[in-house]
Design a protein around this ligand. Structure first.
Ligand code: FAD
Ligand code: NA7
Length: 539
């Protein structure tokens, strides 16, 4: 494509846009820009195929805990009708096969280069273009750079002494190879987040022995997976228009109506009945947001939900000492978790729980893990379910330079920021999908919202012959302040979790999400569009 530069000399770029990442975000972005706007687009992904999260996270038990009917794209009405699902939740292989189907259906693969990591991207201020470097020694130029790097994608492997000496196999759940067999193996799992709960529950019946190294106990409720009837699927498909309308105007976008009832406004007996019903139905977000409206905002309400779950742990886990170790005492204010029988697996003879807050891991040895009580836990396989350097982790790994050669790593030293979750001051013509301070929701609908908004803005640029769009510092500062203020109304900042960067040693602890929900977020985006893009400079 030909561009006008500052001094009006036309400059050629290799592509109109380069997109990095071929998960839910990157695939849809390619479709919008190439198939709908007719642009020349290249996608790079370091993975060997499409899928993003669902390409990498192949560990046993990997499941979306968003219900099947809303863990998908909504933009393609025919696809919505065609997609076959017969369980309440979809597993990793099913989601991967869905995304492969989407890539084939929209003929996306021909513009995607797999096994290609983007290592650097520099905005050339003279030529008004992005220069992008890959680990395949390629340099390409593009007018727009769109990053769909994933917010839970840069794996976090803790730096534990002796890690390289371990003689068995070690895996991170977010970079899982095909075909690992656990039969007859002594397996250790470090980490009990959403992923840990899934992999531990799935492996307990397979491994000869399973040792769980738990740092923080977790509140979790049943996921409630199982077959759904053909009539249910039919009624969902008939009502999809209304369902997506409701999802897009809701807070967490999980496909249910969030409660408007404060927990303390009903009697204790009624409250227990509501929690019991939610426990029987299943679903972590349902338990936190469909039961009462203030579990995430009022400590008093929060304690009632937390106490209910603590009571369930005591009922389920037979050994009182194991139950005590598994029982959290802090706020119920991390990403809400759900599981397929997690607490009950500790009643099995082949499962042991090590509380690594009480007896920290001192080193990894050739034979296993040593804890501070001097015990060496012997293992054949060591699994890191230790999560991700969330939100900005993949950005700071790239030598990403905007105006004046400033790297994003430098810019985000005190924590990542953005304008509207999609743009960054001093990084012209860069758009981020699920960038920092985007909505905290079931993600496919938020991804679609952002991709559609970015695509509309690029269309506006094309239609009006503009070359540069750039978030202003005032716009970005205002959005950061908004996100901080909203987070302050919630209990989430009071819990240590990846949502605020608290899981990575040395990482700045900051607000990384817009916590007012997808409905409010969409309204804000629409307002920005309809008022001539305040907070952006467009030239
Ligand atoms: P991703 O799917 O993460 O894709 C990013 C891609 O970018 C990857 O393929 C990666 O290889 C590529 N990439 C990154 N950096 C580079 C680079 N420098 N060069 C080249 N390529 C690069 N969300 C929900 O809403 N509901 C759920 O139930 C849910 N469950 C989850 C369970 C697990 C185990 C995990 C890890 C995440 C889960 N998520 C869930 C979040 C999930 O990540 C999103 O729903 C969604 O898949 C994100 O899509 P994406 O395209 O934005 O990013
Ligand atoms: P999470 O939720 O960040 O969980 C990681 C777990 O690993 C958590 O229990 C951590 O304990 C534990 N952890 C991390 N580092 C260590 C060390 N050094 N020693 C012991 N234990 C450690 O990641 P997930 O992959 O489970 O989930 C991330 C999101 O992906 C999830 O919310 C879904 O949306 C999908 P901690 O709690 O920090 O004490």
């Amino acid at each position: 494509m030909t561009l006008a530069t500052q001094d009006s000399h036309p400059t050629q770029t290799d592509y109109d846009a380069v997109v990095v990442g071929a998960g839910f975000g990157g695939l849809y972005m390619l479709h919008k820009l190439r198939n709908e706007l007719g642009m020349n687009v290249r996608v790079f992904d370091k993975a060997g195929d499409v899928g993003g999260t669902w390409y990498w996270n192949r560990y046993p038990g990997a499941l979306s805990d968003t219900e099947s009917f809303v863990y998908c794209y909504s933009f393609d009405k025919a696809l919505l009708q065609e997609w076959q699902w017969d369980t309440r939740y979809v597993t990793q292989p099913q989601i991967l096969s869905y995304l492969n189907h989407v890539a084939d259906r929209l003929d996306l693969r021909r513009d995607i280069e797999f096994n290609t990591g983007v290592t650097g991207a520099r905005f050339d201020e003279k030529r008004n273009l992005w220069e992008i470097q890959t680990d395949t020694d390629k340099t390409v130029t593009a007018r727009y750079l769109i990053t769909a790097l994933g917010l839970l994608s840069a794996t976090n492997v803790p730096n534990i002494k002796g890690i390289e000496t371990f003689q068995g196999a070690q895996y991170h759940t977010g970079a899982w190879p095909e075909g690992v067999d656990f039969k007859g193996k002594r397996v250790g799992v470090i980490g009990t987040g959403s992923t840990g709960l899934q992999v531990i529950t799935a492996l307990a019946p397979q491994a000869s022995h399973l040792t769980v190294f738990q740092r923080s106990p977790q509140y979790s409720v049943p996921v409630g997976n199982g077959p759904v009837s053909p009539d249910y699927v039919k009624s969902v498909k008939q009502n999809y228009e209304q369902i997506w309308k409701d999802v897009r105007s809701s807070v967490v976008a999980f496909g249910f109506k969030e409660s408007s009832v404060p927990a303390m406004s009903v009697s204790e007996e009624e409250r227990r009945a509501v929690y019991q019903k939610a426990w029987d139905t299943g679903g972590g977000f349902r338990f936190m947001f469909e039961t009462f409206c203030d579990i995430a905002t009022s400590e008093e309400a929060n304690e009632t939900a937390a106490a209910f779950i603590r009571g369930k742990i005591a009922e389920i886990v037979k050994d009182p000492e194991t139950a005590r170790k598994l029982t959290p005492t802090d706020l119920y204010a991390k990403r809400p978790l759900c599981d397929s029988g997690y607490y009950a697996i500790y009643n099995r003879d082949n499962v042991a729980l090590v509380d690594v807050k009480a007896t920290p891991i001192t080193e990894i040895t050739p034979r296993g893990i040593k804890t501070s009580d001097g015990v060496e836990h012997e293992l054949d396989v060591l699994i890191f379910a230790t999560g991700f350097d969330a939100v900005d982790g993949n950005y700071t790994k790239i030598d990403l330079r905007g105006r004046n050669g400033k790297t994003i790593k430098d810019k985000w030293k005190a924590g990542p920021t953005s304008y509207l979750g999609v743009a960054s001051a001093d990084y012209p013509n860069l758009f981020m999908i699920l960038g920092p301070n985007g909505p905290f929701t079931n993600l496919p609908p938020s991804i679609e919202t952002q991709v559609e908004w970015i695509s509309d803005l690029i269309k506006h640029m094309n239609d009006t012959g503009r070359q540069l769009v750039e978030a202003t510092h005032e716009g970005e500062d205002g959005w950061t302040a908004t996100c901080n203020e909203i987070a302050g109304y919630t209990l989430f900042p009071k819990a240590d979790s990846w949502i605020f960067g608290a899981n990575i040693p040395g990482k700045a602890r900051t607000v990384m999400f817009y916590l007012a929900g997808l409905g409010a977020y969409t309204q804000k985006l629409n307002e920005v569009t309809s008022t001539g893009y305040p907070g952006f400079e467009i030239r």
